[in-house]
Write a protein that binds this ligand. Structure first.
Ligand code: PEP
Length: 251
């Protein structure tokens, strides 16, 4: 059985005292349960302190993006080497906001996915369609293309260890959630695509999250679907009690 992975994406929110308070309230309460994993995706300035605070707890720590190069003249960027050295365990790649505002492409996502594995970071690869693409019936082709390009050149084991987050862009931060059936249909398609490019056994191991206005009120129905193995959550992950409710739903 695949584990459930609940990841809270804080985006560009909180200051250090708020980040530390959140982790103080949450870290010790994340259950030691092999079937559920809780991750906080924090802004770069807070990562070192959060990694330190979460040692000996079950709360994992992710960065929200990174460069694919190990070092060099890339002013303002953060490398996979730095994240590995800090003790970060996961990294979000190709979030639609990075694709829209920071020129993230399927090609850079692929380079970053390889870089993540070279540095013992688990990539959380985001894919998803715009409202126009959904209305034009292009959702399945679009996510197939994104997933295929993101995973290009990885070994079957690396693919099995990758987390895919299916996030329809029209549902992110809008309060509009895909219905659980709509979300499951796309997650099942993603698993099929992964099965084609690797093997059905590999595809069965891949954790596929849904993201887009997930909250305590709708997470249980989403997690009850056959191909939804967790959630990438923005707004509802900012408050410690609501994040803990989301994690609880995965247990
Ligand atoms: C996200 O940040 O990836 C996200 C899905 O945000 P929200 O839950 O606020 O829609």
């Amino acid at each position: 059985m695949r584990k459930k992975v609940i990841a809270g994406n804080w985006k560009m929110n909180k200051i250090a005292t708020e980040a530390n308070e959140f982790v103080d309230e949450v870290a010790a309460k994340v259950p030691e349960d092999k079937q559920v994993e809780a991750i906080v995706c924090a802004p770069f300035p807070f990562l070192a302190a959060i990694v330190d605070k979460t040692k000996n707890t079950n709360l994992k720590v992710a960065a929200q993006t990174m460069h694919y190069e190990e070092s060099g003249a890339f002013t303002g960027e953060v490398s996979p080497t730095m994240l590995e050295d800090l003790g970060v365990s996961h990294v979000v790649l190709g979030h639609s906001e990075r694709r829209e505002y920071y020129n993230e492409t399927d090609e850079t996502v692929n380079k970053k996915t390889h870089a993540a594995f070279n540095h013992h970071l688990v990539p959380i690869v985001c894919v998803g369609e715009t409202l126009e693409q959904r209305e034009a019936n292009e959702t399945m082709d679009h996510v197939e293309n994104q997933v295929t390009k993101a995973l290009k050149g990885l070994s079957n084991q690396q693919v099995a260890d990758t987390i895919i987050a299916y996030e329809p862009i029209w549902a992110i931060g809008t309060g509009k959630t895909a219905t659980s059936d709509e979300a499951n249909e796309v997650c099942a398609h993603i698993r099929q695509v992964i099965g084609k490019i690797t093997s059905p056994e590999t595809a069965e191991k891949v954790v596929i999250q849904y993201g887009g206005s997930v909250k305590p009120a709708n997470i249980e129905e989403l997690l009850a679907q056959s191909d939804i193995d967790g959630a990438l959550v923005g707004g509802a992950s900012l408050k410690s009690d609501s994040f803990l409710q989301l994690v609880e739903a995965g247990t």
